[in-house]
Write a protein that binds this ligand. Structure first.
Ligand code: HEC
Ligand code: HEC
Ligand code: HEC
Length: 386
């Protein structure tokens, strides 16, 4: 009996030890999401900065050649002040970064010093300018609150996705004036209320969700430098928060991604040559056939559309189904390029090769066949985006 009991205890002890080992329970361990590197990624600083001091050839905004003190650094992040005390303007989303906690701000400073001024002494001391109030909602789960912190502070989704005025956070905004950063509230038609949590997590991870859309433009860059580098549990927290954030909508018939059926009419045009000297060749279907079908398919269903670097389907695609054709026109004019996990997704720019009339014809064909047929694009619309 005693023998058995002992064995039992020993076994129990071993199992307990394993559990502690596996889950790390009981120890307050430093998790990946606490490190300065991780915070820098979550805040997406690399969208604009190379974080080396002085000029480099990345085309990004160089930081000062002299190291800032901790208080100067914090007042850049929290008050939008340059080290000489002048205002830096609103390009850096400091109104969101102002909500980052003291602890995380200090870690971002550490990262900044380590990367931009390796070997130089960290200069701390003196009070930091106060953070903007950021209140956790104690009636909600820690996961929801973590999501709120990532969306409303560190990841500053609203810097692109919220209107500049009139409240209604995340109900749609602009990126670099021409691109639409869609409504990502939980509204089922205007927002992403019909996206599953897994869809949102996948989109933030690699920017490819067949049947919904790919992350191009500023979002492609954001996935590359920020959301694609988060932990799965942080992406899940963002999805949980977005799914329960207040919905804002306005009379949309269907969600952007719900439009469009594969089209087989264009198959008959396969052999047609695109001769631009002939006005009838400006017909959108023929142009689509000549310029787009090699990648997106004659039927518009794409090729290898589930992979980063594959070609997305244009049916059931936000960019094509949106009621504002901005992003559709912009991607045809400028193309798109981004890298994720060592793979590059690339679409060439057509602004040099095609004139406004030709791009309008292709875009209207694409919305008519694969998207929302009520959206028609005129040459004047295209001209506005040149
Ligand atoms: C959307 C673009 C953008 C993002 C994202 C961004 N910044 Fe900036 N940042 C700017 C601009 C623009 C300035 C002002 C440059 C000037 O006027 O000299 C600036 C200035 C600064 C300055 C002060 C000036 C200097 O050269 O030392 C610091 C420090 C800084 N950023 C750090 C950060 C950190 C850290 C992050 C991430 C938490 C970040 N920035 C994210 C655009 C951005
Ligand atoms: C630098 C600007 C920028 C930031 C920051 C940004 N986004 Fe975006 N986002 C965009 C743009 C632009 C699009 C449209 C991309 C397209 O057409 O493929 C977009 C698209 C999306 C979509 C797809 C919506 C649809 O209906 O297709 C989701 C979801 C999304 N963003 C979530 C987020 C979340 C969550 C954050 C913060 C963690 C965030 N974004 C931060 C610019 C941004
Ligand atoms: C060489 C291949 C190639 C050609 C040719 C091409 N595309 Fe693309 N296109 C792509 C790739 C790759 C992406 C996705 C990029 C990503 O995931 O970041 C894309 C993205 C798009 C998107 C955005 C999809 C989304 O999910 O947001 C639209 C719309 C689009 N293309 C339309 C067109 C049209 C119209 C033409 C013809 C004028 C065209 N493309 C020609 C490769 C191509």
């Amino acid at each position: 009996m005693i023998f058995h009991k002992k064995r039992h205890i020993a076994l129990y002890g071993a199992v307990l030890a394993m559990l502690v080992f596996v889950c790390g329970c009981g120890k307050k361990e430093k998790t990946a999401s606490d490190t300065p590197e991780y915070l820098y990624a979550a805040a997406g600083c690399a969208e604009c900065h190379s974080l080396t001091s002085g000029d480099d050839d990345s085309g990004k905004i160089p930081l000062n050649t002299e190291a800032l003190t901790e208080a100067q650094f914090a007042s850049a992040l929290r008050q939008g002040k340059l080290p000489d005390g002048s205002d830096m303007g609103d390009i850096m989303p400091w109104k969101y970064y102002a909500r980052i906690t003291d602890g995380d701000t200090v870690k971002l400073y550490e990262y900044y010093m380590k990367t931009a001024f390796p070997g130089e002494k960290i200069s701390v001391g003196g009070a930091l300018p106060a953070a903007s109030p950021f209140k956790e909602d104690t009636s909600k789960t820690p996961q929801y609150n973590r999501g709120m912190y990532l969306v409303e502070a560190l990841g500053r989704c609203g810097a692109c996705h919220s209107p500049e005025e009139g409240g209604k956070p995340l109900s749609g905004g602009v990126y670099e004036t021409e691109w639409t950063a869609y409504n990502i509230t939980s509204d089922p038609a205007a927002g992403i209320g019909k996206w599953s949590s897994e869809d949102i997590e996948k989109y933030l991870k690699d920017g490819v969700v067949p049947g919904k859309g790919n992350a191009i433009s500023g979002m492609g860059l954001f996935v590359e430098v920020s959301s694609g580098l988060l932990s799965d549990s942080d992406r899940k927290a963002v999805a949980v928060y977005l799914k329960s954030a207040a919905p804002y909508g306005g009379g949309e018939e269907k969600a952007r991604f719900e439009w469009g059926e594969p089209y087989d009419g264009v198959n008959s045009l396969r052999k047609a040559m695109v001769r631009l000297d002939k006005p009838e060749d400006k017909d959108g279907a023929v142009l689509y056939n000549g310029y787009c079908a090699s990648c997106h398919g004659f039927t518009g269903e794409g090729n290898d559309s589930a992979a980063v670097g594959g070609f997305p389907s244009l049916t059931h695609n936000s960019t094509v189904g949106a009621s504002e054709p901005n992003n559709l026109i912009m991607v045809i004019l400028n193309g798109t390029e981004r890298t994720y996990g060592g793979k590059t997704a690339f679409m060439p720019a057509f602004s040099g090769e095609l004139d406004d009339g030709e791009i309008a014809a292709i875009a209207s064909f694409v919305t008519g066949r694969f998207g929302n047929p009520a959206v028609k694009i005129t040459p004047a619309d295209v001209k506005k985006f040149r």
